[in-house]
Design a binder for this molecule. Structure first.
Ligand code: SF4
Ligand code: SF4
Ligand code: SF4
Length: 322
C-alpha cells in the first residue's frame, strides 16, 4: 500500500489537506506527539520543499550585526558566518534548515537513486534540549523541538550532543552581544522548528504543503507509526527514525536499506549521516541528569528575564525616539 499525504488522512478518517488541523487536534487530545513520515520512493529532488521552507521561515533567520566582537581567548569559539552565503542549499546552515541529499549506487544487482530531505528529526527524548546549559532548546508537548533565539548563546552544546549535529550557529546575533560579547557562546543556533507557528495556526509545515509528490505526511504518532510500518511492508522497505536516538518524530521509509544509503551519501559538517544513532540516555543516571538540569532551569529563567527586559527597553527607546 502506498500512503500519500492526502490518502493518509482518508486512511485515518479525516478528509483533505486542511486535515492537519483535526490531525493536530487529535494528537493533542490523545496526548500524542506529531510525527512526519517521508516516503523516499517518491522524492524527485525538485527542491520545492526547500524553497517553501525559506519563504515560510525567512523572518526567523538571523540578521547579524558586524563587525563581530573578538572572542577571548581568540578562536575559543570560532566565528560562524553564513550571512553572505544565504543561498547555500546543499547542506544545513542557519539560513537553510532543509536540504536534499541524493544517494546513488547499486544494491542487490539493481541501480538506485534515492533523494532524501534532511533536517532536524525532532527526537522524542532530544539531547539538544535535555542538555542545553541555558534551557534555550526545548521540546513542546506536541513533540516539536525548538531553539529560543532570545535565550540561546550559541555555545553549540546542542550540536555536539545531537547524534546528527543538526543545529548551525550564526555569529553576531542574539543575547551574547548584550551579555558577554567576548566571552559567551558567539551567536545563536538555528535549525528546523517544524514550522511551529504554522502548526499553532492549524496549518501543515510549509515543506509538506509545497511538495508536488506528497512525499511527506504528518499526524499523531500512533497513526503515523502504523502507516510507516504498513508502507514498509507493502514496499519491502526499511524504516529509519523509529528507534534511532531512542526514537524520533521523523520516520523515513526507503526501498533501499539505510546502511547502504549512508554509504552512498556525502556526510560531514551540515550533512548528517543516516547511520546508527544509539540513545545517549539509555544508560544515563536519570537522577544525575535531573540534578544537572535543576540549577539550569533557574539560570534559563534569569536569562529569559534579561532578554525580555532588553526587548522592553528597546521598545521603550524606539517609542521615546518617535
Ligand atoms: S535531531 Fe538533533 S537537533 Fe533535532 S531534536 Fe534530535 S537532538 Fe535535537
Ligand atoms: S517543517 Fe518547516 S522549518 Fe522544518 S524543514 Fe519543513 S518547512 Fe522548514
Ligand atoms: S518537494 Fe517533495 S519531491 Fe520535491 S524535493 Fe521536496 S520532498 Fe522531494
Amino acid at each position: 500500500m502506498s500512503v500519500s499525504r492526502r490518502n493518509f488522512f482518508k486512511y485515518i478518517g479525516v478528509a483533505g489537506l486542511g486535515a492537519m488541523l483535526p490531525g493536530a487536534a487529535k494528537a493533542a487530545e490523545a496526548g500524542e506527539e506529531l510525527v512526519t513520515l517521508l516516503d523516499l520512493s517518491k522524492c524527485v529532488a525538485c527542491g520545492a520543499c526547500v524553497d517553501a521552507c525559506r519563504d515560510a521561515n525567512q523572518n526567523k533567520y538571523p540578521e547579524p550585526i558586524k563587525p563581530y566582537p573578538v572572542m577571548h581567548p581568540q578562536d575559543r569559539v570560532p566565528v560562524a558566518d553564513w550571512s553572505d552565503k544565504r543561498n547555500v542549499d546543499d547542506r544545513l546552515t542557519p539560513y537553510n534548515w532543509l536540504f536534499i541529499q541524493t544517494a546513488t549506487g547499486t544494491w542487490q544487482g539493481r541501480d538506485f537513486e534515492i533523494n532524501i530531505p534532511r533536517r532536524c528529526l525532532h527526537c522524542q527524548n532530544p539531547p539538544c534540549a535535555n542538555l542545553c546549559p541555558w534551557g534555550a532548546a526545548s521540546k513542546q508537548v506536541n513533540g516539536i523541538v525548538r531553539i529560543n533565539d532570545k535565550i540561546c548563546l550559541g555555545g553549540s552544546k546542542c550540536k555536539s550532543v545531537c547524534p546528527w549535529h543538526i543545529p548551525e550557529r550564526q555569529t553576531g546575533v542574539g543575547l551574547y552581544l548584550n551579555l558577554l560579547p567576548s566571552l559567551a557562546g558567539n551567536g545563536v543556533m538555528y535549525k528546523c522548528d517544524r514550522c511551529w507557528n504554522r502548526i499553532a495556526e492549524g496549518k501543515i509545515p510549509a515543506c509538506i504543503e509545497a511538495c508536488p509528490f506528497e512525499v511527506q505526511t504528518i499526524g499523531p504518532r500512533s497513526e503515523i507509526v502504523t502507516a510507516a510500518h504498513d508502507l514498509a511492508v507493502a514496499t519491502n522497505g526499511f524504516i529509519y527514525g523509529e528507534h534511532e536516538n531512542g526514537g524520533t518524530n521523523t520516520l523515513y521509509v526507503s526501498p533501499i536499506p539505510f546502511d547502504v544509503l549512508n554509504e552512498a551519501i556525502e556526510t560531514g559538517p551540515g550533512r548528517p549521516h543516516l547511520g546508527p544513532a544509539p540513545d545517549p540516555f539509555a544508560f544515563e543516571d536519570k537522577l544525575a541528569l535531573a540534578v544537572y538540569a535543576a540549577p539550569v532551569a533557574g539560570l534559563a529563567a534569569g536569562l529569559l528575564h534579561v532578554a525580555r527586559s532588553m526587548n522592553q527597553d528597546e521598545k521603550e527607546e524606539k517609542h521615546e525616539g518617535k
